[in-house]
Design a protein around this ligand. Structure first.
Ligand code: ZN
Ligand code: CU
Length: 495
């Protein structure tokens, strides 16, 4: 007998941005079968009410499953397939391979920075097909769409990473990327900010983006600079995507460093001007701290820096760099060098900038969580509920419908995820039931590993994947119920 669940009397928010209304959503098998009112009175033929699991959703909202468009979850979906940090936020699909760093296609025993953001021992896949087999075997709780990282391609094909790829190396990168796209990758990502990619001229990325264009894929980029030269970096990204003919996603848009605070007043109009010429979107996480590997050039002695992990000094995890430096009697740059390899939170943004980006019509939500960090940035466990609690309910930056749209319909459209991101009959049954009055993030910089509240039920491909226990005290009893995620192959045929 086919599995059927009827979510009744909830505030149905369909993920298009349209106003919510009180009604029902019927899930049959892996699909949404009906969205409407009094659905129990007109069940599809062959389905009897006694065979349907009816759930009263009075006072709750029924929304599409959230799509985390900016993740580094490539390896964690295999290692910890429960994916509790994500599924407990209502996330049903993650886009992995961001910032130029993807697990496939590259095989190495000991990955160097920045590849080690994906964990220490996971680079085992020379193809997307091999990775997909591993995803199927691991059965993660969430769906995964993969971007192929430019930096990963450089590691696989370029002898000297301090140089642009030679003609033959670039041909090899294009050939590898072609195969990945044939095997269903969603697109290309770059992280030109990272040293291992910084030497790549725009032409190198254009060639790769042209491959992606042939397959109807997308191009996401961590800009060459989010600091002084951010305007130039935005134009480079815009021109690269425009020349190649691909849609552009600007990753985790921010103006970093005190000298650049307030400059989203300049960057957002530039992005709008690009959007008048080409398809452009951006993702954003709802925090004033960024997080990446420990890098001396990001240590300015002004901003606060929190150590997330350190291989030589694990005992300094969770401490500020300033306090470590004081204890060692050295300056912060010297302390940073001693702690490497490691990772940190950098309090490099201004709240007004974060708000301006989150409120912008072209932005969608991506956590950028780093699942391998010992003491992770709280965005890993809390980004999506935080947007709802802080920026919708408290700050009233937008309507609930718009907030949901930025996590679902807009995200699916920008990444061309087929029949996901909206509550539509016939579409995949990725659905969340949440309590708009209670939803909130609990993870903090001090205690970053904590379940959010108010995410009541999460369905992935029609199966109940997660159910909250109601109160915060009981939340620790929350368990991942079913793992029904899969690799989402790019749907668009070659063009
Ligand atoms: Zn990034
Ligand atoms: Cu990232």
């Amino acid at each position: 007998m086919t599995r059927a669940t009827l979510l009744e009397n909830g505030l149905v928010i369909d993920g298009t941005g349209a106003a919510g209304w009180i009604g029902d959503v019927l899930l049959v098998g892996e699909r949404i079968a009906a969205v409407g009112q009094q659905v129990r009175q007109r069940l599809p033929e062959g389905l009897a009410l006694q065979d349907v699991n009816c759930v009263d959703c009075s006072g709750l909202a029924i929304v599409p499953g959230f799509i985390d468009v900016h993740t580094h979850d490539d390896a964690i979906v295999l290692k910890t397939p429960d994916m509790l940090p994500k599924i407990s936020q209502g996330i049903t699909t993650v886009v992995s391979g961001n910032c130029g760093i993807s697990l496939a296609p590259f095989v190495v025993a000991k990955p160097l920075p920045p590849l080690n953001l994906l964990g220490a021992d996971s680079f085992r896949f020379d193809s997307v097909a091999g990775y997909e087999r591993a995803v199927s075997a691991a059965q993660p709780a969430v769906n995964v769409a993969v971007l192929i990282g430019h930096t990963t391609l450089r590691f696989a094909c370029v002898a000297d990473l301090s140089q642009p790829a030679s003609a033959s190396e670039l041909d090899a990168m294009c050939a590898l990327l072609t195969r990945c796209m044939e095997e269903g990758a969603t697109g290309l990502s770059s992280g030109l900010f990272y040293e291992e990619a910084f030497a790549a001229p725009a032409e190198e990325v254009v060639r790769l983006a042209q491959v992606v264009a042939r397959f109807g894929g997308v191009y996401a980029t961590h800009l060459r600079s989010e600091m002084q030269t951010i305007i130039e970096a935005l134009h480079e990204a815009g021109d690269t995507a425009f020349r190649a003919g691909v849609p552009l996603v600007i990753s985790h848009h921010k103006c970093a460093g005190p000298d650049n605070w307030g400059r989203t007043r300049e960057t957002l109009p530039v992005i709008e001007a690009l959007a008048a010429r080409q398809q452009v979107a951006m993702d954003v996480y709802p925090y004033v701290a960024g997080s990446t590997v420990l890098r001396e050039d990001l240590v300015d002695g002004v901003i606060d820096i929190l150590v997330n992990w350190s291989t030589p000094h694990p005992e300094m995890t969770g401490r500020t760099l300033a306090s470590v430096a004081a204890e060692w009697g050295v300056d912060q740059k010297a302390a940073c060098r001693r702690l490497q390899p490691g990772g940190a939170c950098y309090f490099q943004m201004q709240e007004d900038d974060v708000k301006r980006v989150i409120a912008h019509p072209l932005s969608m939500i991506g956590s950028d969580g780093l699942p391998h960090d010992q003491h992770p940035h709280p965005r890993l466990w809390g980004a999506f509920p935080r947007v709802l609690a802080r920026y919708w309910r408290d700050e009233k930056l937008f309507s609930l419908e718009t907030a949901i749209y930025k996590m679902t319909g807009l995200s699916a459209r920008n990444f061309r995820l087929h029949e996901r991101g909206q509550l539509q009959p016939g579409w995949h049954a990725d659905v969340v039931v949440l309590d708009p009055a209670r939803v909130r993030d609990v993870a903090t910089y001090e205690n970053p590993i904590a379940l959010s509240e108010g995410i009541e039920k999460v369905f992935v491909n029609g199966e109940l994947a997660y159910a909250a226990q109601g109160t915060a005290a009981q939340a620790s009893q929350a368990r991942v119920q079913a793992r029904a995620g899969r690799l989402l192959r790019r749907h668009a045929p070659p063009v």
